[in-house]
Design a protein. Structure first.
Length: 173
């Protein structure tokens, strides 16, 4: 399985990075970090193919490369709006465009709240195309006690959407 993990915006970048670290070794991981994300988080990555966001000629920008899924976590409202309008001016939005045209799994984790009517309209438009809108929302049934457990819950739910088995959170009984 080939998965692209991208981070856009700043708040919540740690969730995208943690998800990347928790993906199984069997997954071929590709990572894109927007300039905004880089300002917030400079962290050395291991066992990950990193792509520059301005390199729209990267392998993952082509449908023939065969990426299975993509998640943008966090997904800024700017990135979400560009995807909703078909703007592919950087590698993150180009990869998202490829996922849409190839009918492959695309998950967006919008990070701002409250959502404006414009953001909700963009999310609705994308959801109607089959894009999964999965913001990092907590659930209390799994009884998280720490920030780490809360993050694991969100990442575990994203893994579920990607079809990746995990035991990152306590499931409903």
């Amino acid at each position: 399985m080939k998965i692209v993990v991208a981070t856009s915006g700043a708040s919540g970048v740690n969730l995208g990075l943690k998800m990347l670290e928790l993906l199984p070794q069997s997954v071929e991981k590709h990572f894109i970090m927007s300039k905004s994300s880089q300002v917030v988080m400079h962290k050395e990555m291991q066992n990950v193919i990193t792509h520059k966001n301005n390199n729209i000629a990267a392998s993952i920008a082509s449908g023939s490369f065969g990426v299975d899924a993509m998640i943008i976590a966090p997904c800024s409202m700017n990135t979400l709006a560009k995807i909703a309008c078909g703007i592919s001016d950087n590698l993150i939005t180009r990869c998202a465009s490829v996922m849409i045209k190839e009918h492959r799994k695309l998950i967006l984790a919008p990070r701002e709240m409250p959502f404006s009517a414009i953001a909700l309209e963009n999310m609705h438009k994308l959801a109607a195309l089959g894009i999964i809108i999965a913001p990092p929302v907590m659930a209390y049934y799994s009884q998280q006690q720490t920030l780490d457990e809360m993050e694991n819950f969100v990442i575990g739910k994203w893994f579920d959407l990607l079809g990746i088995e995990n035991t990152l959170y306590k499931r409903w009984e």
